[in-house]
Design a protein around this ligand. Structure first.
Ligand SMILES: C/C=C/C(=O)SCCNC(=O)CCNC(=O)[C@H](O)C(C)(C)COP(=O)(O)OP(=O)(O)OC[C@H]1O[C@@H](n2cnc3c(N)ncnc32)[C@H](O)[C@@H]1OP(=O)(O)O
Length: 254
């Protein structure tokens, strides 16, 4: 049985975790199913945005503790499977938005961190948790966390067990906005409404460029890279139409 649902609303797909009674914990099976679903969504030419949301009581409680117990005797495959969901979200060409409406713990925090944007409800909180289970952080946690909240707070979360509530997460830049829980999805839809008219290819290319350009050492490299991409977009019909429309609007402004 699937532990999530997917709904499409125009150019936006909403993946909702639905194992509410177990706080949306992740098993290797559910992670693989999520990974496959995200892969499929990423191939859908109609889609530009993927929202990931939990249920009323939790965003995601991370790995199933029973699976972690069991994995002690295994060959590590289950751990790899657990993280595949996040890798698919991290590598998705869609704009990804985590709507964090409760605890995001361990691997569940990763699921929020691999998204491009995070919106949080007042009940959201974030907990690395790994050290409390005597586990080395996984799923790119040590790589993502300092990039998102800075070295000091990342060290405090990882080594000292500090948690962040929604307000603190906003202060450290982990989440873009804190809203009432029932406003998370409407806000994500409103934020991305204008993408409806932006060509799918442009959204995907720009996301890919954002990722690739992080590796650039020189400004000149970035300029050259963007020149190629921008010139290509300029040659497309959508750019011609949009530029003409804006010219017309400016010319007819009273
Ligand atoms: C490789 C990856 C590593 C990691 O991901 S490390 C992190 C592992 N995850 C955790 O340590 C989180 C453990 N869970 C919690 O701390 C709490 O839960 C929450 C803060 C997430 C939610 O608290 P509350 O709302 O009070 O719910 P509740 O009564 O604790 O849990 C409801 C039911 O869900 C089960 N559950 C929750 N999280 C897990 C989990 N991660 N693994 C296994 N079971 C979990 C509980 O046991 C219980 O179950 P029942 O209703 O049968 O008593």
């Amino acid at each position: 049985m699937s532990s999530f649902t997917i709904e499409k609303q125009g150019h936006v797909a909403v993946l909702q975790l639905t194992a509410a009674e177990k706080r949306n914990l992740l098993t290797p099976e559910s992670a693989l199913q999520i990974a496959a679903a995200v892969h499929q969504l990423s191939l859908d030419p109609e889609l530009k945005v993927l929202c990931v949301i939990g249920t009323e009581r939790a965003f995601c409680a991370g790995a199933d503790l029973a699976v972690l117990q069991h994995a002690v005797d295994g060959d590590g495959t289950e751990l790899k499977q657990l993280y595949q969901a996040f890798s698919q979200v991290a590598d998705s060409p869609l704009l990804t938005i985590a709507l964090v409406n409760g605890p995001a713990v361990g691997a569940g925090m990763n699921l929020a961190m691999v998204c491009d944007i995070r919106l949080a409800s007042k009940d959201a909180w974030f907990d690395s948790r790994f050290f409390q289970l005597a586990l080395h952080p996984g799923g790119g946690h040590c790589w993502l966390l300092p990039q998102l909240i800075g070295w000091q707070q990342a060290m405090a979360m990882l080594f000292c067990g500090e948690k962040l509530n929604a307000e603190q997460a906003w202060q450290y830049g982990l989440v873009k906005e804190v809203l009432a829980a029932d406003q998370l999805l409407p806000r994500a839809l409103a934020m991305t409404a204008d993408l409806a008219t932006v060509p799918t290819e442009l959204v995907r290319q720009t996301k890919s460029s954002m990722r690739q350009l992080l590796q650039c050492k020189e400004h000149s490299q970035a300029v050259e890279f963007e020149y190629q991409q921008q010139f290509y977009s300029l040659q497309q019909e959508a750019a011609r139409q949009a530029i003409t429309a804006l010219q017309h609007k400016l010319a007819t402004k009273s």
